[in-house]
Structures are given as C-alpha cells and as structure tokens.
Design a protein around this ligand. Structure first.
Ligand code: AMP
Length: 459
C-alpha cells in the first residue's frame, strides 16, 4: 500500500507535497515524509504519524526548494519503525538520491543477500532500499540510465518516485500493479498514486504512467522511456474495491462510479431479497449501498455514525488494539435499526473480525435480520503485490465455507459478489486489465506468469 506524491518546478513545492500527501492519507497512516531539492541539496523531514502530525509549519518551511517528493506509509505487523519511513535518502556516487515506493518487491530478500555478500550495508529493513543499492553498483553517469538498467531486476509491484539533484523520476512496474499518474499544474509536473491528489493540489491529470515506463522530469521538461516491455497489464482491483478514494479516476472511471455500479450488480445478483433498508459499512460501503438501493428500490439509510478521527481499524498492528478501535469508530443509530431487516454492504471480508463485531452491535441495537452483502468475492489467497492481506491461515474464506462464515460472523444471510460482475463494474471494457489473484489464488506473476515468492516486507 502507501501513497506517493511528487511535484517539480514550484516555489510552493513542499506545501503542495503536503497537500498531496494529506489527500492520500487514506493510503497509510503510519509515517509521512517529504524530501525537497533546494538547488541541488536534498532536504528531508520524515516522521511517524499522520501527515498533519508530522509536518508542523516550521518543518514545512524548512523544506525549501522547488521540487519535492513525499510518501505516506501503511503500517504492517512488525515493521512499524521510523527507519522504514520514507522517502529514503542515501548518498551515492551520483550524489544524494531519495526514493519513495508503493508496492512490494517479491525478490528483495534474494537481491539483498547478494548485495550484502558484496559489501552493501542496508540502513532499513524495507524492500525499497534494494533498488538504491543496485543503482549504486552500476556506474552510469545519469540516475535514469542506472535505473533503466536495474529496475528490470526487480520482481513484484512498484510505483517509484526518485529524486536526485535537478531531477524527479517516476517509474511503474511492468505489470502496472500499483498506480501512478502524471499531472500538470502550470509549469509544474505532478506524479501521484491517485488522481484525487492532483485535483486537490489544483492540477490536471494528463495520463497514467504505463507499465514498464519511466518519466524523467528535468529542466522543466518531462521525457518518457521504457525500461522494460510491458507485461500483461494487471492493475490491482483492490484499489477499486477498497483502497482508492471515490473521487479518483482509475481504469477509465471514477472509483465512485465503479462502486455505485458494483452496488447495482449486487442488487441484481440478490434480486429476490426483501428488506426494510440497505446500508453500507462506512466509508467505502456507503457508495455500494447507494447503488444497491437505486437498483433494488429499497431505501438507503445510515445505520452507523462514524467517528472519523480514529484512523482505519484494520491498520492497527495488533489484534487487541484493532478490536478496541473498531468500537470507537462505528456507533449504531438505534431508531433506524430497531426491528428492521437490513441489507448491510461491506467491501470485503478478510479475517471476518469487522463484520462479526458490526453485526453484533447491530443486533444489540435491535436489528431483526442482517443480510450481509460483500462487494467482492471471497479472498482466498494473500496479496504478494503490496496489499496487506494476511497469510492464508488467517483468511476466513480459506478456513470456512460460506455457511460456516455466515455463522461465525452472526449474519442471517451472507452473499459475496461474483468475480466477473466485479471486474466488469470496475473498469471500462478496454481497461478491464486487473490483478485479482487474491480472489483466485492464481498469480499473474512477474515476469512471465511465475508464481510470486513471499514478500520481504509489505508496504
Ligand atoms: P476483516 O475484519 O479482517 O474481515 O477485514 C475486513 C474489513 O477491513 C473491511 O471492512 C474492509 O473495509 C477492511 N479492509 C479490507 N482489506 C483491507 C486492507 N488491506 N487494509 C485495511 N483494511 C482493509
């Protein structure tokens, strides 16, 4: 996971990077960092916490310079540490180089072991640092040449932003697992994980960076080159299902449109269902529920008050904290719930923890019957490409049948969306090029259809 944002040629570079990262905050809340290029000197400020906590006014003002790259990190178990916060900044024979990464490099362990054998000393435990060490070995005179030579050695998923004195470089893995879009704001170029960050910073989206493509922004100009032939384009479908912000555009439509459509399709799949109201688990479930409501003619109602100041419950690294924060986050609205048959929509079932708790609290508030509709198929396999899904043994759909799952979470009925319907709702026909390995257990892999190895560290 994680979010990245970069901007060039602006007197407000660090402030706009702040705006971009703030807009991408939903992609990770563990740490945030910005590096600026002040006439060839890279300045950085990186810390643990939310963007608004890490960057005080003084910190932002100390980040002088006309270009900036930034990163927000998603927390995963065991790796929540400042030394893994990004962007990483290293000194190299090319001078200072900074990198921000969204994704997961599946062969990082092997590459790292080889590099260490040859004397490399790593400063973090994240997989991201590998690319900088690889780059340091190949003595091209320009960072982009060095990267073009070394990026093809990486397997897995990545959207990268690099900064070296005078330039910002973006690169996307040859399968396009993780998103990266290019935008303009006056004379500035923007690179971001999602279009919503370009919009909020006041820019216009130009296009996606293509799989296997690199963009080099230098001297006010952007040049594009391919560092690897594009593999089969397999963008992560979980961006649409859960991760991306509804106002972002991906695969030819806003995520909001995709989710509304998924809600309609769910209603068609459940065409004989009878209920008093339909509702969504906030926030992502709400749009699904609106689409369902319109299609099925069943009224939409909000059944939970969400407290927005708690962060995402799933993101808390340990189970005990995760359970505690889930209670803080969603409070049932009794009058709406009492005596009602409710169709409740959530984007996904992972371990089943959230649904179980939510259904319990709805029943406690007097709900007569809960029909849980999941806006995606059962997740049966982990993601090796950067989405934080747990290993197979923790995935509920891998341990229990649908009927057993229904009983475990306490729903009266449980329905999952079919994969084909999900795919067609998520993108325009020409853009239905998704990775959905988590629903099938079949990994498109990279390169050439190989099964991915376990990741070194998920971002
Ligand atoms: P669980 O409680 O383990 O079944 O997780 C499902 C809930 O977590 C759903 O409400 C989703 O909105 C959310 N969710 C699903 N996948 C992720 C993820 N990779 N990171 C954070 N939250 C997630």
């Amino acid at each position: 996971m994680c979010g990245i944002f970069g901007i060039t040629d602006s007197k407000d570079a660090s402030k706009l990077a702040y705006v971009g990262l703030f807009t991408l905050q939903h992609r990770g809340q563990e740490s945030a960092g910005i590096v600026t290029d002040d006439k060839g000197t890279l300045r950085h400020h990186i810390g643990m916490g939310l963007v608004s906590e890490v960057f005080t006014k003084d910190a932002l003002e100390s980040l002088t310079g006309r270009s900036a790259i930034g990163h927000i990190r998603y927390s995963t178990t065991g790796s929540s540490h400042i030394k893994n916060a990004q962007p990483l900044v290293l000194d190299s024979y090319l001078g200072q180089v900074a990198v921000a990464h969204n994704g997961n490099i599946t062969n990082a362990d092997r590459l790292k072991a080889d590099l260490q054998k040859n004397g490399a000393i790593f400063q973090s435990t994240s997989d991201t640092e590998v690319i900088l060490h690889l780059a340091a070995k190949y003595r091209g005179s320009r960072l982009e040449d060095t990267l073009a030579k070394n990026l093809p050695k990486l397997e897995g998923a990545y959207a990268f932003l690099f900064m070296a004195p005078g330039k910002v470089i973006g690169a996307r893995d040859p399968s396009g697992f993780r998103p990266l879009v290019l935008g303009r704001l006056g004379k500035s170029f923007i690179l971001a994980s999602e279009t919503c960050a370009i919009d909020v910073a006041g820019g216009k989206t130009i296009r996606e960076i293509e799989p296997g493509e690199m963009v080099v922004i230098e001297g006010g100009k952007a040049s594009f080159r391919r560092f690897a032939p594009a593999q089969k384009f397999t963008r992560c479908i979980f961006e649409q299902v859960y991760f991306a912000r509804p106002d972002s555009v991906a695969a030819g439509r806003t995520v909001q449109t995709a989710r509304y459509e998924i809600g309609s399709v769910l209603a068609r799949e459940l065409k004989d269902v009878k209920a008093d109201l339909v509702s969504g688990v906030p926030d992502s479930g709400t749009v699904y529920a609106l689409g369902f409501s319109k299609e099925a003619g069943i009224p939409f109602q909000t059944v939970f008050m969400r407290n927005h100041y708690t962060g995402r419950s799933f993101i808390q690294p340990d189970q005990r904290l995760r359970e505690f924060t889930a209670h803080l986050k969603l409070a049932p609205i009794r009058d709406v719930i009492q005596g009602k048959t409710i169709i409740l929509i959530d984007d996904s079932l992972v371990r089943g923890t959230t649904s179980r708790k939510i259904i319990k609290s709805l029943k406690k508030a007097g709900a007569k019957k809960i029909i849980l509709a999941i806006a995606s198929p059962p997740i049966i396999s982990p993601c090796f490409y950067g989405i934080d899904t747990p290993n197979k043994t923790e995935l509920i759909a891998n341990k229990l049948t649908v009927e057993e799952t229904r009983r475990f979470i306490g729903a009266d009925e449980l329905h999952y969306l079919g994969l084909e319907n999900l795919v067609s709702a998520c993108g325009d026909r020409k853009d239905r090029n998704f990775c959905f390995s988590c629903f099938t257990g079949k990994y498109a892999g990279y390169p050439g259809g190989r099964r991915a190895r376990r990741p070194a560290a998920a971002l």
